[in-house]
Design a protein around this ligand. Structure first.
Ligand code: SF4
Length: 435
């Protein structure tokens, strides 16, 4: 008989996709999803190791769930994802009561464990050929947007990052498998697809590179909007922009292009393999072709050796680009990475001050970017009823910003022309207009 299961997901969109694929696999094998941890026979926590804080939160949640075993001794609790891969069976000592540990290359064993075909235990072997769970990822009824993973792992070894160690070497999925997932999502009513990878720009399957794949996906019938994350500045080429241009409104000019630092010296220490000038050349090319482009970024402050001057260069670069959104983080050491060998010499209070400054500037730039929408008309994809604004629908603009519109003028899933009337930092208001 099928088991009732629940998955809790931490971390990036790739983890969210893995959880949805696991849900799809479990359901295809007769197990039933439950929203409630109390009702579940199996609870799996999908974890993120990018920052210590994320890891601690996930482990704390697992301990709390294991507490339910007092009431229900048959409950099975497992951990999957990057923390599972990083620590392996050591987690059994750290978390008494944990039943299984499933690493990033072994996600499909969860169904076998649920069915008693495999014993609970640690499954963390490296499998360079693992391309992810081969099942249609779960799609909620009425879901308008879906993420689809096109590659796994990363070969870049940015010095601060644990991902290449826990997710392994870069592997691209065959185009046909990706197209199948896209067709399935569209057949379930999805209108917007986001292609996912740690560095989608280095996608390659035989002679199909990322621009070619993007072009193929854009041509799938029913795909109304197409996005992709994450890009790496060293691999972002004009060929990608050619495909974006070719498909007009279908692929919005919205690019997440992590800068990390505006100082060449820090970029070298981070092993990012580009300079600020390289980065700015890409930005110029994007704005030349798409003057309204939304460019978002990641910034790390307080990296080992970062001086006030380095930090000022980062702030200057942020202003020069005029980012639509900035995800700023404070550097934290990840044991096992190359940067862990550098002296973590920026005092904590100074890291916090720089983080606050970068966040504040990011918010100001985001506000300016949002205000540029006012008075213009954009196609908006209606995603859902706005949870906090009765009578309003939340729609997504090409830039990625949310716009609230009157629910009498559109249906969920529609793409409607909206004139922007007001803009806060992240959320805009607008009216549906005639084309
Ligand atoms: S590109 Fe760099 S930051 Fe991104 S996952 Fe790979 S190593 Fe980590």
């Amino acid at each position: 008989m099928g088991k009732k299961f629940h998955i809790i997901t931490y971390g990036c969109q790739m983890n969210k996709y893995d959880s949805d694929a696991l849900r799809g696999l479990m359901e295809s094998r007769g197990h039933r999803w439950t929203e409630s941890v109390d009702e579940a026979d199996i609870v799996i926590v999908n974890t993120c190791a990018v920052r210590q804080h994320a890891e601690d939160r996930a482990l704390g949640r697992i301990e709390e769930i294991i507490g339910h075993k007092k009431r229900k001794p048959s409950l099975v609790v497992g951990i999957m994802g990057c923390v599972a891969q990083e620590h392996g069976e050591r987690l059994f000592e750290k978390i008494p009561g944990l039943d299984f540990v499933v690493g990033t290359d072994n996600l499909d064993v969860v169904a076998d464990i649920a069915e008693g075909k495999l014993k609970p235990g640690a499954y963390t072997s490296i499998n360079k050929n693992f391309l992810g769970i081969d099942a249609a990822a779960h799609i909620e009824p009425g879901q308008v947007s879906a993420f689809i993973t096109i590659m796994r792992g990363c070969d870049n070894f940015c010095s601060y990052c644990i991902v290449p160690y826990v997710r392994g070497r870069e592997r691209s999925l065959p185009p046909e498998r990706i197209l199948q997932q896209v067709r399935y999502a569209v057949s379930r009513g999805v209108r917007e697809i986001t292609l996912l990878g740690q560095n989608v720009n280095s996608y390659r399957w035989e002679d199909v590179d990322f621009p070619a794949l993007l072009d193929m996906v854009a041509q799938v019938e029913g795909v109304c909007r197409l996005r992709f994350v994450t890009n790496h500045p060293k691999d972002f080429t004009p060929k990608i922009l050619d495909v974006v241009e070719k498909h007009g409104e279908k692929i919005p000019p919205a690019f997440h292009l992590p800068l990390q630092s505006g100082s060449d010296r820090i970029l070298r220490l981070m092993n990012r393999k580009y300079t600020l000038s390289d980065y700015m050349r890409i930005i110029e090319e994007i704005y030349r072709r798409f003057p309204d482009a939304a460019i978002t970024t990641d910034i790390i402050v307080g990296f080992p050796g970062e001086t006030e001057k380095d930090f000022e260069s980062t702030l200057a670069a942020m202003r020069d680009v005029g980012f639509a959104g900035v995800f700023a983080f404070k550097y934290s050491v990840r044991p096992g990475t190359a940067a862990a060998k550098l002296e973590d010499d920026v005092p904590e209070a100074e890291k916090i001050r720089r983080l606050r400054t970068a966040i504040d500037l990011g918010i100001e730039l985001a506000r300016q970017f949002s205000q540029k929408h006012i008075g213009k008309v954009f196609p908006a994809l209606v995603e859902k009823k706005s949870p906090k604004n009765p009578g309003k629908l939340a729609a997504t603009l090409p830039s990625g910003r949310t716009v609230l519109i009157d629910e009498n003028f559109a249906e969920i899933g529609d793409i409607v022309p909206v004139k922007i009337t007001d803009a806060k930092v992240w959320v805009l208001r607008g009216e549906v207009v005639e084309k």
